[in-house]
Design a protein around this ligand. Structure first.
Ligand code: SAH
Length: 351
């Protein structure tokens, strides 16, 4: 196993069979060895800095019906909300004061937020906070829409591919959604010039070891700037209510593998990881992650953006507790920094 990890560190890739061998046969020793290597790479490129992103969940209306997601349109129990532009600006001001220089606008696919409305929000945020990056995470749109958002000043886009296997994709999504549409979006975003993030859930229903190996190879070929990975966690008002959560061990293994495969990737230690284990965020950082995304949404809506059961939005997840979050990071040898936290290659392009 150690040899395979050395090989990955050296070549930045492995064959599908080799990835499968690691994923199906790893033990604690393998993981520890991997994480040590992953941290060494991360320290060489990003030092001990942790970038923070203020996550603003601005709408939980969604026209899609993904089987895993708590804000799917089929969940009639969800209490729906939308933030106004003023609400969003209020969140940004709070975040700015807390040292955030990236705002992530995430939401369901909500037709109320037309391109014009999104463009207006991006322009306003960018004109009030010219030293900040805006990341969008609002699902599948046309090339034209993505271009309009980019022209308005959006810097980055997160769109998890969810799984790189189309059969598996169809077990997680209703018929009208397809992996090929999702992948086209990712390539559109890349060609427009966004810093792009893909990603997937670990332990999603019906996921196989092969699927995970394919996810890694897909990521390797897309060469994204960011990769979002967290464990699947069931939501009690979805068709997957009875399914099991993904594990911390496998999630952090995947983080470590991705760090070695894409040395300079921006890799968040996600809320979902913090939700399944009180030390999840720390374990993610220690496996090679270098980003955290505290919740900046107004308190009264936080418990409504419930993608999965028990999703954290207080304590160490809440932006207002940034000092505590920093203490926790200091305790494992890392520091939150006041920085846009761009992908290192994009930084070079701008200089
Ligand atoms: N509508 C946007 C944002 C989706 S929510 C989009 O389509 O990109 C962001 C991510 O949360 C999803 O991409 C999915 O991977 C994750 N997510 C949704 N439901 C989840 C669950 N039950 N457990 C863990 N992660 C989940």
């Amino acid at each position: 196993m150690k040899k395979l990890i050395d090989k990955l560190a050296k070549d930045q890739t492995l064959s599908k069979e080799e990835f499968i061998r690691i994923i199906s046969g790893y033990d604690k020793q393998t993981s520890d060895y991997l994480f040590e290597k992953a941290r060494a790479v991360r320290h060489r490129i990003y030092g001990h800095d942790i970038y923070i992103r203020g996550l603003i969940e601005f709408t939980n209306y969604c026209k899609n019906n993904c089987y895993y997601c708590g804000i799917r349109c089929g969940n009639k129990n969800a209490q729906r909300y939308r933030l106004s532009k003023d609400d969003i600006m209020f969140c940004c001001r709070q975040g700015y004061k807390l040292g955030m220089r990236t705002f992530v606008l995430q939401g369901g696919e909500d037709p109320y937020f037309s391109d014009d409305r999104i463009v207006d929000i991006i322009r306003t945020v960018k004109s009030c906070f010219p030293d900040c990056a805006v990341t969008l995470s609002i699902g599948e749109k046309t090339h034209e829409s993505y271009q309009a958002f980019f022209d308005a000043g959006a810097d980055r886009y997160l769109l998890r591919h969810e799984t790189a296997d189309s059969d598996h994709y169809s077990k997680l999504h209703p018929e009208e959604m397809s992996l090929s549409d999702r992948i086209k979006c990712l390539y559109d975003l890349k060609s427009i010039g966004y810093q792009v993030g893909c990603g997937f859930m670990v332990g999603s229903p019906y996921q196989t070891v092969e699927n995970l190996a394919d996810d890694l190879l897909f990521i390797r070929s897309l060469q994204p700037d960011m990769v979002g990975i967290g464990p699947f966690i069931p939501h009690h008002h979805t068709p997957f209510r009875e399914m099991k959560s993904g594990t911390v061990e496998l999630t952090v293994l995947m983080l470590g593998l991705i760090r070695l495969m894409l040395p300079d990737v921006l890799l968040p230690s996600t809320t979902a990881l913090g939700t399944i284990d009180p030390m999840g965020r720390e374990y993610g950082i220690l496996a090679g992650a270098n980003v955290i995304m505290p919740n900046l949404s107004p308190e009264e809506v936080r418990n409504k953006y419930m993608l999965y059961d028990n999703k954290l939005s207080t304590g160490g997840e809440a932006a207002e507790n940034i000092a505590d979050i920093n203490k926790r990071m200091n305790a494992i040898g890392y520091n939150i920094v006041v920085d846009r936290g761009d992908h290192i290659k994009s930084k070079k392009k701008e200089e």
